[in-house]
Design a protein around this ligand. Structure first.
Ligand SMILES: *[C@@H]1O[C@H](CO)[C@@H](O)[C@H](O)[C@H]1NC(C)=O
Ligand SMILES: *[C@@H]1O[C@H](CO)[C@@H](O)[C@H](O)[C@H]1NC(C)=O
Ligand SMILES: *[C@@H]1O[C@H](CO)[C@@H](O)[C@H](O)[C@H]1NC(C)=O
Ligand SMILES: *[C@@H]1O[C@H](CO)[C@@H](O)[C@H](O)[C@H]1NC(C)=O
Ligand SMILES: *[C@@H]1O[C@H](CO)[C@@H](O)[C@H](O)[C@H]1NC(C)=O
Ligand SMILES: *[C@@H]1O[C@H](CO)[C@@H](O)[C@H](O)[C@H]1NC(C)=O
Ligand SMILES: *[C@@H]1O[C@H](CO)[C@@H](O)[C@H](O)[C@H]1NC(C)=O
Ligand SMILES: *[C@@H]1O[C@H](CO)[C@@H](O)[C@H](O)[C@H]1NC(C)=O
Length: 827
């Protein structure tokens, strides 16, 4: 089928407006990949670019993972500034006028995975031997040779290397020797200039090379390029990107891509930023036709028709492997429609066609007719409108028998109802992209049942858009469509909905009654949402992917669930895009570092109500406490309760009670010298058995338990009174216990020794009981005079002594069990 030149002319469409397209963003994605490889937390990121720095600041934090010092005036990197940066993983120092890098820099940064020192004035390729390095960008410097230092053989993880210098004019045979055993996949080479020499075999040294981005021009020297292709064939490279391959002024008469016919591994070829004449195109296409290429791309090309009959191509009897063709940005040098004289029949196997950034304003129907296998058609970024795409003689059901995906993004479409009706002609269409148009809601829509994906982002639609969509939709993109609120009623229309994008709208809340049973992915980033609660996601049980960053989150307990409980692996943009917006003291604070405490948040409501009340009560009680030694009595009360519980447990045991000790000695730590050196030796030396705390306490038991045990199994309790004793807390318990036993049993089980003269009235009021006991009972005073000490010991021994131990024991035991049963009865 010969297609007439006028019909084909429409393929290119409006040539007056020449569109330049945005260049392919692979470089950015590489950067992105490196970023993800490295950065795990916001504090690990340090961006010092555009700061007019003349050196690297010396006081960088040791946890720095990412450091960007690009666009400064740093001529040298010195080792010292990098000491301590052992976690540094990503270093970017482009556009700094860098001339020198001290080798010690890299001894400080063993974890470096991405190093970008492109766009500087490095006169040599620096020595680098970083074992973890994956990405190394040395492009746009001023070194005079591509000879790599031997240290590069240590880059055992290097995947991407970028080299380029306008001062390096040749590629020599041994330049890449150090990369022989490096697993380098992707090499970007050159600075966009013509080389003087390419030694055949140079690139073949990089055995693992799969992709080459060639920034070099050839004109009249295509032998070099052909040799380079042979080398790429040897490494079995799959992908070649040629940037500025042909200089603008070059009469290309050779056939530089001849070798393409014998390169069975090459799959993708991209020709970028180049002037292409129709004469060149004819020869080039013939080579492509006979090659095994799978995908062919032209990116930002300027087309010039230098053949008198336009582009003429005679079919070759050969099956074409090509299945994907991309035109992304075509400038027409001449102000006329290009003439294309060829049969497109050979392309009937094509499944993917992108024709973007060409100024096309009318669909070339007859060209499309001969592409019956087409599954994806991307006509984004053109000048198409309803009437240019659906023009009368063009029957779309026959034109696109297999088409599944159609992109009409960035065109001039406007009527949603019209488009919805017309899509019924495309029997197999599943996905339609209408983003970045001027779509408005102009009447009822009826969508074909097989259409399940509709992208409407960046059109001004508003909240009512949901009523114009089909219940068969599984994927809906409504990013930046002016939506201010969503409701359960809106979304209940879509029982099959799995993917919903609502980014860049003004939604303030996710309704808590939202029920979207099939939804797997939800994007609500860049809205006005202040918090996401458990309840609002409860109706989305299948959710696997949530993007909710860049919202004005409130750092309070409202965000507790999202921050603490919610599974972060479902959050696509966590943690970098999540920051507090309020309260003002937290503005800009990363949500991942805001750690509300569980107690404060879970008790939040109760606390809100209870706090003022409790405060008043506490204030009143505190006052009373302070006046009446309340704290001390509280402690005592606790001990009392403790005893009662114990009493119950031990009631039976107590029936068989027997004393193991003559006395339990209660004293303060500060008096332990006297107790250890005088009291204990003296009494134990004459046959008394003593329970001395620390020595006789059973390890592992509670101290209070130990004290009670000791008191209970001792005939008497001996208190060594001093100022320290009064201050000692545990002594209080001992005294308290003994007091109670004394009340219930017999007061004379208490023996007091005054280690230093203390007037009884000087005891604090809380020792009221002690004061009265001391008044009632005799107590022994420790004399400083050595002679009197003999008398002291004698009196003490007689107080502890007993005529018949067993009689006393029995009495005491009975008394204790009485007390205990009394306590037990009370409970
Ligand atoms: C290095 O930085 C430059 C300048 O920002 C950028 O264009 C380039 O893509 C970066 N290289 C890599 C490998 O990311
Ligand atoms: C850097 O210097 C320029 C020119 O002196 C000035 O305009 C700019 O504000 C400075 N930038 C910073 C971050 O100091
Ligand atoms: C294209 O053709 C024009 C006119 O013949 C010529 O001046 C130009 O150098 C050619 N460019 C290339 C890249 O072939
Ligand atoms: C380009 O080269 C061919 C063959 O060498 C020659 O016939 C043709 O006139 C040249 N075109 C221009 C514009 O120089
Ligand atoms: C590429 O390699 C294959 C074998 O691997 C060989 O048959 C073919 O001739 C080579 N092509 C070129 C251009 O050297
Ligand atoms: C497109 O290619 C031309 C060279 O043909 C170049 O000068 C221009 O910068 C390129 N545009 C973009 C956006 O890369
Ligand atoms: C193409 O070549 C095949 C054999 O390779 C032959 O059978 C067929 O007739 C040829 N077709 C045309 C149009 O020449
Ligand atoms: C979080 O989600 C991921 C992905 O769905 C899953 O593999 C992981 O087990 C989940 N973690 C927890 C703690 O639930």
């Amino acid at each position: 089928v010969g297609v007439s030149s006028t019909a084909v002319a429409a393929l290119i469409g409006n040539i007056v407006i020449a569109f330049l397209m945005i260049p392919d963003c692979t470089a950015f994605r590489e950067h992105d990949k490196g970023f993800k490889l490295c950065v795990t937390s916001r504090p690990g990121m340090k961006d010092l670019s555009h700061q007019n720095l003349t050196s690297v600041p010396p006081n960088l934090s040791n946890n720095t993972q990412y450091l960007d010092i690009s666009y400064n005036f740093i001529q040298a990197l010195k080792g010292a500034e990098f000491s301590g940066l052992s976690q540094l993983c990503f270093l970017k120092a482009t556009h700094c006028g860098l001339q020198e890098i001290s080798p010690t820099v890299f001894t400080h940064t063993p974890a470096l995975k991405v190093l970008n020192i492109s766009n500087n004035d490095l006169p040599f390729i620096p020595d680098i031997s970083l074992k973890q390095l994956r990405v190394l960008d040395l492009a746009n410097n001023v070194y005079t040779s591509y000879q790599l230092p031997a240290s590069f053989q240590n880059l055992t993880k290097l995947e991407l290397l970028s080299l380029g210098s306008t001062a390096a004019l040749s590629i020599n045979y041994s330049d890449f020797d150090p990369l022989m055993n490096v697993p380098l996949q992707h090499l970007a080479l050159g600075a966009g200039i013509q080389w003087q020499k390419y030694d055949s075999g140079s690139l073949a040294k990089i055995k693992s090379l799969k992709k080459l981005s060639l920034f070099a021009s050839f004109c009249g020297t295509f032998g070099m390029f052909e040799n380079l292709l042979v080398d790429l064939n040897e490494t079995q490279a799959k992908s070649l990107r040629c940037i500025t391959l042909l200089p603008d002024k070059c009469n290309v008469s050779d056939n530089p891509f001849m070798n393409l016919r014998r390169m069975p591994f090459m799959q993708n070829l991209t020709i970028e930023n180049t002037w292409i004449n129709s004469s060149f195109m004819e020869g080039f296409l013939k080579n492509v036709w006979l090659s095994s290429l799978y995908e062919l791309s032209f990116v930002n090309i300027t087309y010039y028709e230098d053949t008198p009959d336009g582009f003429v191509f005679h079919n070759i009897n050969h099956t074409i492997s090509l299945s994907s063709v991309i035109f992304n940005g075509v400038n027409h040098y001449q102000y006329k429609y290009p003439t294309i004289n060829m049969s497109f029949e050979a392309f009937s196997g094509l499944t993917y066609l992108k024709f973007s950034g060409t100024g096309m304003n009318i669909l070339p129907c007859r060209v499309m007719t001969v592409l019956p296998s087409l599954e994806t058609l991307d006509l984004s970024d053109n000048l198409l409108s309803e009437s240019g795409f659906w023009w009368t003689p063009c029957s779309h059901s026959t034109v696109f028998p297999k088409l599944r995906k159609l992109s009409l993004s960035k065109n001039r479409f406007s009527s949603l109802s019209y488009i919805s009706r017309e899509t019924h002609q495309m029997n197999t269409l599943e996905s339609l992209d209408l983003s970045f148009n001027s779509i408005h809601l102009d009447g009822d829509c009826s969508w074909p049942a097989q259409l399940t994906e509709l992208l409407l982002g960046n059109n001004n639609l508003g909240n009512s858009v949901f009523t114009y969509l089909s219940s068969d939709f599984k994927r809906i993109d409504l990013s930046k469509t002016g939506i201010t609120a969503i409701s359960q009623e809106d979304l209940s229309r879509f029982p099959k909905l799995t993917h919903l994008q609502l980014s860049s709208n003004s939604i303030q809340v996710i309704p808590i009654d939202l029920t979207v049973p099939a939804l797997v992915s939800l994007h609500i980033d860049q809205n006005a949402i202040t918090s996401i609660s458990k309840e609002s996601l409860a109706g989305i049980p299948r959710l696997q992917e949530l993007k909710a960053g860049s919202n004005p989150f409130v750092c309070s307990c409202d965000s507790y669930w999202l921050i603490i409980t919610f599974n972060k692996s479902l959050l696509l943009d966590w943690p970098f895009d999540y920051a507090c917006n309020s309260p003002p003291s937290f503005a800009g604070f990363s949500l991942s570092e805001y750690k509300p405490s569980e107690l404060s948040c879970k008790m939040w409501l109760q606390a809100a109500v209870a706090v003022p009340v409790v405060l008043v009560i506490f204030a009143a009680m505190g006052l009373a406490f302070h006046k009446c030694d309340g704290a001390w009595y509280t402690k005592m009360l606790w001990v009392w309760i403790w005893m009662k519980r114990r009493g119950k447990k031990r009631a039976n045991i107590l029936n068989n009670v027997s004393f193991s000790y003559h006395a339990f000695i209660s004293y303060s730590h500060q008096d332990s010298d006297w107790v250890d050196s005088q009291l204990v030796p003296c009494l134990e030396g004459t046959g008394f058995s003593l329970c001395v705390h620390e020595r006789d306490f059973v390890p592992g038991e509670l101290i209070i338990d130990n004290i009670i045990n000791c008191v209970e199994s001792s005939y008497k309790t001996l208190f060594v009174l001093s100022k320290h004793f009064v201050q000692s807390e545990w002594c209080n318990y001992e005294l308290f216990f003994a007091q109670h036993r004394a009340i219930g049993v017999q007061q004379d089980s208490l023996v007091f020794i005054l280690l230093e003269p203390i007037p009884i009235d000087s005891f604090p009021k809380k020792y009221l009981r002690l004061r009265s006991l001391l008044r009632q009972q005799t107590y022994l005073e420790w004399p400083k005079d050595e002679k009197k000490q003999q008398d002291f010991w004698a009196s003490l021994k007689s107080m502890l002594h007993m005529a018949d131990k067993s009689i006393v024991l029995k009495d005491v035991a009975l008394a204790i069990s009485d007390t205990v049963s009394l306590i037990t009865d009370q409970e």
